[in-house]
Design a protein around this ligand. Sequence first.
Ligand SMILES: C[S@@+](CC[C@H](N)C(=O)[O-])C[C@H]1O[C@@H](n2cnc3c(N)ncnc32)[C@H](O)[C@@H]1O
Length: 272
Amino acid sequence: MPKLKKFNVVEKTWDEFWAEFWRIRLIRGDEATAWKDQQVVEFCFEVLGLRPGMTVLDLGCGAGFQARLLAERGIEVHGIDISPPLIRYARRMAKQHRFPATFSVGDMRTFAAETPFDRVVILGMSFGFGTDAENRATLDRLFRSVKPGGKILLTGQHPYAATNHTGPEWLETDDGFLLHRGEFNPITCRLGGWWELVCPDGTNIIEGDNPEADGIRCYTPPELRGMLDQAGFVNPEFYGSWLLPPGEMQWFSSEMITVAEKPRSKGKSAHR
Ligand SMILES: C[S@@+](CC[C@H](N)C(=O)[O-])C[C@H]1O[C@@H](n2cnc3c(N)ncnc32)[C@H](O)[C@@H]1O
């Protein structure tokens, strides 16, 4: 009978496994990610009307790759992320490459901006990690963090295309095979996923508890429109990809990119 290989399961913290191994080591040299980041930044310039000298808050900024591209084009960026290793890396990069961006560790569900920004962005499918109440409260915080007449851009996942992200997906790395298992729960409308690294020596590294463990809430455009309206934003627009010229979201679009404005006049939102 063939001998069954026994896997030695090792749990690493999210910061070690996901942040340091995946977001920093694997992604920093990845050409496809660098190309997409360029596209994302071009798109932001176009739909948000960015101009040098403007201030942008990048919430859930990760290792600061997009913040760097914005800063190198004259934008004053402040990045906030919940992961300390990612913020340490972003700060090191800013110092080393001398781009004018600042970074701090923070939670998009509880942060408070000292002064409002011209624009606020949440990139990389990062809107929706919290509960519905927390996500609503995040939109209130965004409203307070942007200047009157300013705009926000959110990227999340929508339920029509959530199944594109489910099932097992394997990626070969120098350290072993990285496995992602995505699951979509149609009742809660949340898309979750687990990462595992299967090493050649039989070690199986899994990620510990983390702020994304409950997955991302996939909102439909009507749901998000209602939430934006409650927070005081106007003129929501939904785009389906980062390609220019901007194209309206379709049911099969791989992305849901939402842009909305904070009105200039007080009117309806004066109480906020
Ligand atoms: C999918 S990554 C996107 C990173 C970056 N925006 C990009 O597009 O490459 C999601 C990021 O959100 C951060 N994050 C998750 N929950 C957060 C929270 N509650 N507050 C702030 N950042 C959070 C994670 O640490 C991670 O860097």
